[in-house]
Design a protein around this ligand. Structure first.
Ligand SMILES: C[S@@+](CC[C@H](N)C(=O)[O-])C[C@H]1O[C@@H](n2cnc3c(N)ncnc32)[C@H](O)[C@@H]1O
Length: 334
């Protein structure tokens, strides 16, 4: 079953947890200025290195990262020093509290807790590890994703249109495409011009590399509006109440802990911000009980939820105005 996961809005009371200053803005202008990653100042550039605060936060302590480099997401393509490759993520980021530097990998900025670690290596559950494979990342947008149609997913174009409808109130703001994969939707959001900036975020290094390749092939100018960030959905590297819209396509079932992920998404959304997600349903309330164990067996390895569980989870994390559309196993939720 596919679920258009419901979109949600942050409940007012959750503001009590947020810095007061964050709560007043509809589209805080600081987001425009500091939404994400930027170019390292090239030696030949006239842009002076600057230390400034960003919407980006340390994934360990959630304090703002100090940034050394030019402001903004990325320099416009025309201002890139050599070519598109040079336009990507050369700023230096550091958490002064944790005394930890976060490095960029040319194509994406690595804001995982394990970034820069030399000895420690961690293996995540299969729903995360599978997509780190180079072959899966390569095949994903070249056929793999089309199979989702058999479970009721209407297809990228229709899913994008549905999401855009739900995101109307967030237009002009910062959108984070969590678990973006190879950027199928991130690129569409950026191309739409409806947002001041789009951050394509995934845990998979290879998915982010694919995303970079697609941007390069399709429209390198997108790089001025679109930044690639590696992060774990359970430790989102953004300040609380700093993001206008969060999208998560076909992802909830892959996350190691859906509750940690939804809690994090709720934390980073500003008051009135919108979350739109899609996932596969384990089964629907109309699925005959005799078939349910079979579906559960088939879906082992992924964290498929029921409609009721998705709704309960979102509500418990403080999201309001839940609505959803279901088509076979597909659910879109807002
Ligand atoms: C099925 S793909 C969805 C890609 C795309 N959003 C779409 O709609 O086609 C699921 C994605 O979730 C990502 N993912 C899995 N675990 C994650 C985690 N812990 N943090 C962030 N992303 C994760 C995977 O790397 C993969 O790219």
């Amino acid at each position: 079953m596919a679920v258009y996961s419901p979109t949600f809005q942050l409940q007012n009371h959750s503001l009590m947890l947020l810095p007061k200053s964050s709560c007043h803005f509809r589209y805080p202008s600081r987001i425009l200025a500091s939404s994400a990653v930027a170019l390292e100042t090239p030696e030949s550039s006239s842009v002076k290195p600057a230390v400034q605060m960003d919407v980006l936060a340390c994934p360990i302590c959630y304090k703002p990262l100090t940034r050394r480099g030019p402001p903004g997401l990325n320099l416009p393509f025309t201002q890139c020093v050599k070519n598109f490759r040079e336009a990507i993520y050369r700023s230096g980021f550091k958490c002064e509290t944790c005394n930890k530097a976060y490095s960029s990998k040319n194509m994406y900025l690595d804001l995982t807790v394990t970034s820069g670690m030399e000895e420690y290596a961690e293996t995540k559950p299969p729903g995360t590890e599978l997509f780190r494979s180079p072959i899966v990342s390569f095949l994903y947008e070249r056929g793999w994703r089309q199979n989702f149609n058999q479970s009721g997913f209407p297809g990228p174009e229709a899913e994008f249109k549905m999401a855009q409808e739900y995101f109307r109130s967030a237009e002009g703001g910062l959108l984070v495409d969590v678990s973006c994969g190879s950027g199928l939707f991130s690129r569409k959001f950026a191309k739409s011009g409806a947002y001041s900036a789009v951050i394509a975020l995934d845990f998979s290094e290879n998915m982010l590399r694919q995303c970079y390749e697609f941007i390069k092939m399709e429209d390198p100018t997108l790089s001025s509006k679109l930044a690639l960030v590696r992060a774990d959905v359970s430790r989102l590297p953004f300040l609380s109440a700093s993001v206008d819209a969060v999208h998560a396509g076909a992802a909830l079932h892959c996350w190691p802990s859906a509750s940690n992920a939804i809690a994090e998404i709720t934390r980073i959304l500003r008051s009135g911000g919108v979350f739109v997600g899609t996932t596969f349903l384990r089964y629907r309330s109309s699925t005959p009980p005799i078939l349910r164990p079979l579906r559960e067996r088939i879906f082992q390895g992924y964290n498929y939820l029921t409609e009721e569980e998705v709704k309960d989870l979102c509500k418990s994390c403080g999201l309001v105005n839940y609505s959803s559309k279901v088509q076979q196993s597909f659910i879109i939720q807002v």
